[in-house]
Design a protein around this ligand. Structure first.
Ligand code: PHE
Length: 455
């Protein structure tokens, strides 16, 4: 645990915790994944289910994870293990999940780097959908480029984690994150003022109940977990760095609020523009990369805006990717006594190798399906968002609700006599709502995956 204690020393202020945790939560999940997932899952109907899951599942679990971390002052595996040895596997599950998420997250991180370079060259200055689609397709069709940029993203993640300059990154996020927030609000205003933008607003906010089906429900739950970084130990680990005198009720309220705000504004920046420019709303992962350059091109100072925006997206992606790599690295350092630098390099290499087929999924491996209709990229995404993260969240709720017990958790939450007016509701949700609800959805996700495997 020595290493984690060292890190722990370096940011035991509340702001440090909020910045790091918000940094982990706010990332490509909000800016890239949320808008296209809304687009593919029926708009307002998806948003409604998302909001319900956020309140009933995401928010209570955020508090549970922070509480578990701060109570034990240990990283994810240690936290479970110190209370009950048989539960160490939950931490391990999180580590495994980290490998799979980062394998496809780094693919998209690579896209961001490529787009930043294209923005600098002034190549994104058009509102022509065919041209923009060509830029994206040409890039992802080139195996060398896709792999190279994915490697670059992972290498930067690796450098930050191994050099222990996370502290610097957290400080930098004090400037970068608010700037990113202001920028997407401006972009959203621009997007909302485009002709026909109202269609996008209707799509996003008016639910069409007939669109709600099992798939929408599974994807909404997955998106809540993914976006809040819940279910793989990141929040438990970060919570362990938090000082006993801090108010964790407030901390665990700010983060989901901020995270949801960013996702919604990203939706408002992207979706109205999609309708205005007549792009395809259900196109999937390429949505942000094709739509936002068109919005920038229709703005004054668009060239500059585009560059700054991609720098900030890259930054937001890195503060998330370092949190994933950190969970994996600290597991090997703490549990297997491996040197930090050695584990970091090997883990990054393994993730890189796992990520290669994900990076090629939309290019030369386009016709290669790993499972049913899923290519590598989709498989990693589904496996983590729909199975690993919900499973981790389910186990976290059972653990805090029944093993640690909500009584002990509440003592930790109100250790400085904080008033927790929702305490009864929170206990009820953690014990009786989160486990069965997540379980039912999880079973369906497993069923779906099983059908894909056997077909
Ligand atoms: N929450 C991050 C994002 O929105 C992704 C993430 C998932 C980070 C799980 C850590 C753990 O981009």
């Amino acid at each position: 645990m020595k290493e984690s204690l060292q890190t722990r020393d370096s940011w035991n202020s509340k702001l440090g915790f909020i910045l790091a945790t918000a940094g982990s939560a706010v990332g490509l999940g909000n800016l890239w994944k949320f808008p296209y997932t809304v687009g593919k899952n029926g708009g307002g109907a998806f948003l409604l289910v998302y909001m319900i899951f956020l309140l009933l599942i995401g928010y209570p679990l955020m508090l549970a994870a922070i509480t578990l971390g701060r109570k034990t002052k240990l990283c994810a595996v240690g936290a479970y293990k110190s209370i009950n040895k048989n539960w160490a596997f939950v931490g391990f599950l999180g580590v495994l999940c980290g490998f799979f998420i980062l394998a496809f997250y780094s693919t998209v991180g690579g896209w961001v780097i490529y787009y930043l370079i294209e923005a600098l060259k002034g190549n994104l200055n058009t509102t022509d959908s065919t041209l923009l689609a060509n830029i994206f397709t040409n890039f992802i069709s080139s195996p060398q480029k896709s792999i190279l940029y994915q490697a670059a993203f992972l290498f930067v993640t690796y450098l930050i984690v191994v050099k222990g300059i996370k502290n610097g990154i957290e400080k930098a996020s004090k400037i970068m994150m608010p700037t990113l927030l202001i920028m997407i609000v401006i972009i959203a205003f621009r997007s909302l003022s485009l002709p026909n933008a109202i269609e996008g607003i209707k799509f996003l906010f008016i639910p069409d109940f007939s669109k709600i089906n099992l798939n929408v429900i599974m994807n909404a739950l997955g998106q809540v977990f993914f976006s809040l970084s819940i279910g793989m130990g990141v929040i438990v680990t970060y919570g362990s760095y938090l000082d006993k005198k801090e108010n964790i009720i407030l901390a665990s309220t700010y983060i989901p609020l901020l995270d949801t705000f960013v996702a919604l504004v990203a939706g408002l920046a992207t979706i109205p523009a999609v309708f205005s420019f007549n792009f395809e709303i259900a196109q999937g992962p390429s949505l942000m990369f094709i739509t936002l350059p068109a919005v920038f091109s229709s703005m004054s100072f668009g060239y500059l805006f585009c560059i700054v925006f991609f720098i900030l997206v890259l930054f937001a992606a890195l503060t998330s990717s370092i949190s994933m790599l950190e969970v994996c690295v600290s597991y090997f350092v703490d549990e297997k006594n491996t040197k930090r630098s050695t584990s970091a390099i090997y883990i990054t290499l393994v993730i890189f190798l796992m990520g290669i087929p994900a990076s090629l999924s939309m290019g030369i491996l386009k016709d290669f399906k790993l499972l049913g209709s899923l290519n590598f990229f989709d498989f990693y995404d589904k496996l983590t968002s729909n199975i690993f993260l919900p499973l981790g969240g389910f186990l976290l709720a059972i653990f805090v609700g029944y093993v640690l017990t909500t009584k002990v958790a509440l003592e930790e939450i109100t250790i400085n006599n904080e008033k927790f007016i929702l305490s009864d509701i929170w206990c009820f949700l953690i014990k009786y709502i989160v486990p069965p609800l997540v379980f039912i959805i999880l079973i369906n996700s497993l069923k779906e995956l099983f059908i894909l495997i056997t077909n």
